[in-house]
Ligand binder design. Structure first.
Ligand SMILES: NC(=O)C1=CN([C@@H]2O[C@H](COP(=O)(O)OP(=O)(O)OC[C@H]3O[C@@H](n4cnc5c(N)ncnc54)[C@H](OP(=O)(O)O)[C@@H]3O)[C@@H](O)[C@H]2O)[C@@H](O)CC1
Ligand SMILES: Nc1ncnc2c1ncn2[C@@H]1O[C@H](COP(=O)(O)OP(=O)(O)O)[C@@H](O)[C@H]1O
Ligand SMILES: [K+]
Length: 513
């Protein structure tokens, strides 16, 4: 699903209105009806108090139109107009007239208005600002936003939590409505996925208001949100007359004294995504533990007891994953630099591999094109330097990816795979993944997919999605807290099955016995 900027949404609006020969009001009506239906399907007419806070632009217009539909179905509504400007939009005014025709009189709020009381069981609809917000709200509106946030009522935001800009960082000290749920029109907004701004909402959902398909297909978005059907289309099926050689020979290089477990996790995850053969290249101290804990893998050792001092492979790998638990001994750094010069296979670099690159930028010129780097935020900062905000972080990652023609897997709650000017935002995963070794598992998975012939971008996207899905499938049995890297590996098989699980037909269609 494409993630559009505010400017692109306005273009889509204009295009749709012209092509479908409809009025802008008709589009607002679609939006309001979609929100009404969402609420009605859950409340079934319950007499709960619904406070609807409306701005004076089209976001406010949506709120006013929603109020009309709720009133017509007998809901107990209180409507407020947050009168932050004299520049009321045409469709806001049109919907105000329709509301007044039904003898519903909103309360007009200005800087002097006493803030309305709400009860914990009430519902708040936040339609104050939408995608038109272009500066920090005035002080009195900021106070209203805080008042909404201090209430314990469930808060539903229309399109975007009021106070959040769509595609730029938040203004300093600016206030934002905390949304328990956001119903966002046609496209999720990039701010939902970034840690500085994503903290202002709990859940979101996209409502299809029928913006034109031709526009949506052709618009060139910088970011895409990838979901199950996107991943299904990347899958390379296994062939009946195949053998282990068909699925590649992965080599995992890493480990040092006390950090051999990282290689075990990567190697096992690599096998579990289907790599035909896996060889682990470790210092001598890794030999016995790995041979006894992971019998499917072969082990080659460096000769040095506690760290890697040279990397010479007697085999021709299909893909290599390097860096987990590697350490940064001087000899290891030299071995890593020399390896970059000689490696021919597709490559994934993680953890200390990234840390070495960050300290030895001269190595970057030897990094093969299409190499995948998988930094967590701290490793990314070491690599590209500090950033002022999340948008600048992505800018820097894109520049780095373009300059060195590599893929950056920017790990986080929503991992974003960066390939040049494009970013792919993951839809799976949960806070249970914030646990030791979780990243090692991901690196092994990417390596295993590369070995099977997935290209760098597809291997990254596929593995990131599957990694998150495996962790999500662990939640019902383990909760977030007791998910471990090993339990994620165990769930990789379930994740593959889930990826292709067909929805169950309704019971009526079951053959009767
Ligand atoms: N295709 C879609 O997705 C559809 C979207 N629809 C809905 O339209 C919404 C966008 O509506 P919108 O363009 O009227 O902007 P909105 O957010 O209501 O702001 C109003 C005005 O406020 C102003 N302003 C800005 N910042 C300010 C501040 N801090 N303090 C005070 N004023 C401030 C600024 O005007 P300015 O003063 O800058 O001239 C701005 O124009 C969208 O989110 C969705 O809900 C649907 O109806 C139909 C289809
Ligand atoms: N809150 C979270 N929500 C979703 N995924 C998360 C969260 N925290 C961490 N992750 C994922 O877990 C992994 C952690 O990687 P990393 O920090 O490299 O772990 P380690 O170094 O211990 O192997 C990444 O894939 C990241 O996207
Ligand atoms: K809003």
């Amino acid at each position: 699903m494409k993630i559009l900027t505010a400017a692109q949404v306005y273009q889509a609006d204009k295009f749709t209105i012209e092509k479908q020969q409809i009025t802008s009001d008709a589009l607002m009506e679609r939006a309001a009806i979609q929100i009404f239906e969402w609420i009605h399907a859950r409340l079934h007419g319950a007499p709960v108090v619904i406070h609807i806070f409306c701005g004076i632009g089209n976001n406010g217009g949506d709120g006013i139109a929603l109020a009309r539909h709720l009133a017509e179905h007998g809901y107990n509504i209180k409507v407020y107009v947050v009168n932050y400007s004299e520049k009321r939009s045409k469709d806001f005014l049109l919907n105000m007239e329709r509301l007044k025709d039904r003898k519903i009189w909103p309360e007009f709020m200005n800087p002097e208005t006493v803030l309305p009381e709400t009860q914990p069981n009430d519902i708040i609809v936040d339609a104050i600002f939408g995608i038109g917000l272009n500066r920090s709200p005035d002080d009195w509106v900021a106070k209203l936003i805080e008042h909404i946030n201090n209430s314990q009522a469930f808060t539903l935001s229309v399109d975007i939590p009021s106070g959040l800009p769509v595609d730029q960082p938040l203004w300093k000290d600016s206030k934002v409505v905390f949304a328990d749920y956001v119903l966002s029109f046609q496209t999720p907004k990039m701010v939902f996925f970034l840690p500085e701004t994503g903290i202002h909402l709990e859940n979101w959902e996209v409502l299809d208001i029928g913006l034109d398909n031709e526009f949506m297909m052709n618009v060139d978005s910088s970011f895409e949100y990838f979901q199950k059907h996107d991943i299904q289309s990347l899958y390379i099926p296994r062939k009946r007359f195949s053998h282990k050689g068909t699925y590649g020979h992965s080599v995992i290089i890493g480990g040092s004294y006390g950090k051999i477990g990282a290689v075990h996790l990567s190697g096992k995850a690599c096998l579990k995504v289907g790599s035909g053969l896996v060889t682990l290249y470790v210092p001598e101290c890794g030999y016995t533990p790995l041979q006894s804990s992971l019998p499917e893998a072969m082990v080659l050792t460096d000769g040095e007891e506690e760290y890697i001092s040279k990397i010479s492979l007697s085999i021709k790998p299909s893909a290599v994953g390097i860096g987990m638990g590697l350490g940064t001994e001087e000899e290891t750094i030299q071995a890593f630099g020399n390896f970059l010069k000689s490696v021919k296979a597709p490559l994934v670099i993680d953890a200390d591999g990234i840390n070495i690159l960050a300290k030895h930028l001269e190595f970057l010129k030897d990094m093969p094109k299409g190499t995948i780097l998988t930094p967590h935020p701290k490793e990314l900062e070491r690599l590209v330097g500090p950033w002022a905000n999340d948008f600048e972080k992505l800018e820097k990652a894109m520049r780095f990816s373009e300059t060195y023609q590599c893929i950056l897997v920017v790990k986080g709650a929503n991992t974003i795979v960066i390939s040049g000017e494009k970013g792919y935002v993951n839809s799976t995963g949960n806070p249970g993944m914030a646990t030791a070794g979780s990243g090692d598992v991901l690196t092994g998975m990417i390596t295993g997919l590369l070995a099977q012939g997935y290209n760098s971008l597809n291997a990254s996207i596929f593995a990131v999605y599957l990694h998150g899905l495996a962790a999500d499938l662990e939640v019902p049995a383990h909760g977030y807290e007791s998910i471990t890297a090993s339990s994620m590996i165990d769930a990789i098989g379930k994740a593959f099955v889930e990826l292709f699980r067909q929805p169950q037909p309704p019971n009526d269609n079951q053959p009767k016995g």
